[in-house]
Design a protein. Structure first.
Length: 208
C-alpha cells in the first residue's frame, strides 16, 4: 500500500509539472527553451569520432529528445536558439566550435535535423496520449533519429561534398557506423521519456 501511495504521488507530480509547463507564459517558456539550448550545448561536448567518418558521435541527440519531450513544440525553439546562438559566437557546438562556418560544414544537415526532431517529438507528445507509452515512444524516437536527423544530415553532406560521393558511400560513412549506438540511445531515451511523461491529459490531446 505504501508503495502504491508513492507511485500515485509521483504520477501527480509529473502531471502537475507538465501542466505547469504547458500553461507557462511566453517569457518563462523562452527561458526554459534557453535552458535546454544550454543543455544541448553541454551534451555536445560528449563526443568521439569513428574512424572513416567526419561526423562524430555526440550526446546532442539526448538533448534534442529531452527538449521535445519536456518542452513540447518549444523544444524545437530551444534547438533554433542552440543553433542561432552558436552561429553568433557561443562555442557550444561539438568540440567547442561555433560560427556560421561550422553550420555550413559537413555536420550542418544534422543540426537542421535537431530542430525538426525536437519540434516533431514535442508536437506528438503534447497531442497524443498514446504516444507516451513505451512502444509508441520507441517508434517516435526511431523515426526522429533515423529519418528527421539522419536524412537531412546525409542529404546536406551529399550536397556539401559536391556529389563526389555516391549514396552508398555516404550511407556507409555517415549512417551505418552510428546505427548500433543510436539504436541503443533511442531505446534508452524511450524508456526515460515513458517514465517522465504523464499518462493523463495536461494539454489539448486529441485522443483522450
Amino acid at each position: 500500500m505504501e508503495i502504491n501511495m508513492y507511485i500515485d504521488r509521483y504520477k501527480n507530480v509529473r502531471l502537475n509539472l507538465f501542466k505547469w509547463r504547458y500553461e507557462l507564459n511566453f517569457v518563462y517558456k523562452l527561458i526554459l527553451a534557453l535552458s535546454f539550448a544550454c543543455l544541448t550545448g553541454l551534451l555536445a561536448q560528449l563526443r568521439f569520432y569513428i574512424p572513416g567518418t567526419p561526423v562524430p558521435v555526440t550526446g546532442q541527440v539526448f538533448g534534442v529528445i529531452l527538449a521535445g519531450v519536456l518542452m513540447g513544440t518549444w523544444g524545437g525553439i530551444s534547438q533554433v536558439m542552440y543553433i542561432g546562438i552558436g552561429a553568433a559566437g557561443v562555442p557550444w557546438f561539438a568540440g567547442f566550435n561555433y560560427g556560421i562556418g561550422y553550420i555550413a560544414g559537413p555536420t550542418g544537415g544534422y543540426l537542421v535535423g535537431f530542430i525538426l526532431a525536437a519540434f516533431f517529438i514535442g508536437f506528438i507528445v503534447d497531442r497524443y496520449l498514446k504516444s507516451r507509452k513505451f512502444f509508441s515512444m520507441m517508434l517516435l524516437m526511431f523515426f526522429s533519429t533515423f529519418i528527421l536527423i539522419y536524412l537531412p544530415g546525409v542529404i546536406y553532406l551529399y550536397i556539401y561534398t559536391g556529389t563526389i560521393l555516391g549514396v552508398t558511400e555516404l550511407l556507409t560513412m555517415c549512417v551505418l557506423p552510428f546505427i548500433a549506438a543510436d539504436f541503443v540511445k533511442a531505446v534508452i531515451a524511450a524508456g526515460i521519456a515513458t517514465s517522465i511523461t504523464p499518462k493523463a491529459s495536461y494539454a489539448k490531446e486529441v485522443d483522450i
